[in-house]
Structures are given as structure tokens and as C-alpha cells.
Design a protein around this ligand. Structure first.
Ligand SMILES: [Zn+2]
Ligand SMILES: [Zn+2]
Length: 147
């Protein structure tokens, strides 16, 4: 009788154990899946943040380039015709205009003209044979950039 009941109880414990094991496995799997999904959302958050940061940096860069472009463009504009300077002529290390435009500026009796931008007097010896090569250079580079 005793032996029989032990056997029965043993077998019932075994059966319970067999029954429990897959449940434990399932719990483990569930925990792992939870961990994975948490990791996944963490990664997604990191990715989103870095993408946002990259987008902001990109926008900042575009703004910077645009403002630099505008600064360069304004240097390349003639103060008289307000167009891109053709054959740039710089008055005694001051303002730069197209040769054609600056030679139209009227002279006084002493053969002096005044700068249309700052009114400083200057003498223009015609024909102009030398041009501001720096401005010419920037113009050609800038032209290529704007293509
Ligand atoms: Zn001009
Ligand atoms: Zn000037």
C-alpha cells in the first residue's frame, strides 16, 4: 500500500514537473522577448535622436553655406549696376566696380571722381588695363559652385 502510494505521488510530481517545464520556458521566452522589445525601442530612440541631430546639423550647415554664399555674392556685385561685376576695378584698395560703370562716374576740374559708395576721391587712368584678379578668381569659383 505504502509503496504504491509513493509511486503514485512520485509519478504525479514527475508529471507536474513535466508540465511545469514548458511553462518556465515560456516565461523565459516572454522575458527575453520583453528584453528584446525594450532594446529595440531603446535603439529606435537612439536612432531617432541621432537622425534628428543629424537633420539639425544639416539644416545648420545649409544655413551657414547660404549666408556665406550671400556674403560672397554681395562682394561680387557692382555698387553701380547692382549686377555681377564685369572686369572688376578696385578703387585704391576700397570699393570694387565694373570698369565700364566706374568710368561713367563724372570727374571734377581736377580730374577726380568720387566713389559712388563712400564718396572718397580717386583718379581713374583710362584705359584700365589691370583688374582685381582676386575678385575675378572668386567670381569664377563662385560661378562654378552655383552651376
Ligand atoms: Zn557695374
Ligand atoms: Zn568707396
Amino acid at each position: 500500500m505504502e509503496t504504491q502510494s509513493r509511486i503514485r505521488s512520485n509519478s504525479s510530481t514527475d508529471a507536474e514537473g513535466e508540465h511545469r517545464r514548458p511553462l518556465l520556458k515560456f516565461e523565459e521566452m516572454k522575458r527575453d522577448l520583453m528584453k528584446i522589445s525594450q532594446e529595440k525601442s531603446k535603439m529606435e530612440e537612439i536612432y531617432k535622436t541621432s537622425r534628428r541631430k543629424r537633420d539639425e546639423e544639416h539644416k545648420e550647415l545649409v544655413r551657414e553655406i547660404k549666408s556665406k554664399n550671400n556674403a560672397v555674392e554681395s562682394v561680387l556685385l557692382c555698387g553701380i549696376c547692382h549686377d555681377k561685376i564685369i572686369r572688376p576695378y578696385t578703387i585704391q584698395f576700397q570699393h570694387t566696380f565694373c570698369v565700364g560703370c566706374i568710368s561713367q562716374v563724372s570727374r571734377n576740374e581736377n580730374n577726380h571722381r568720387s566713389c559712388p559708395l563712400c564718396r572718397k576721391p580717386f583718379r581713374l587712368i583710362l584705359p584700365v588695363t589691370q583688374h582685381n584678379t582676386v575678385i575675378e578668381e572668386i567670381k569664377s569659383i563662385f560661378g562654378r559652385l552655383n552651376e
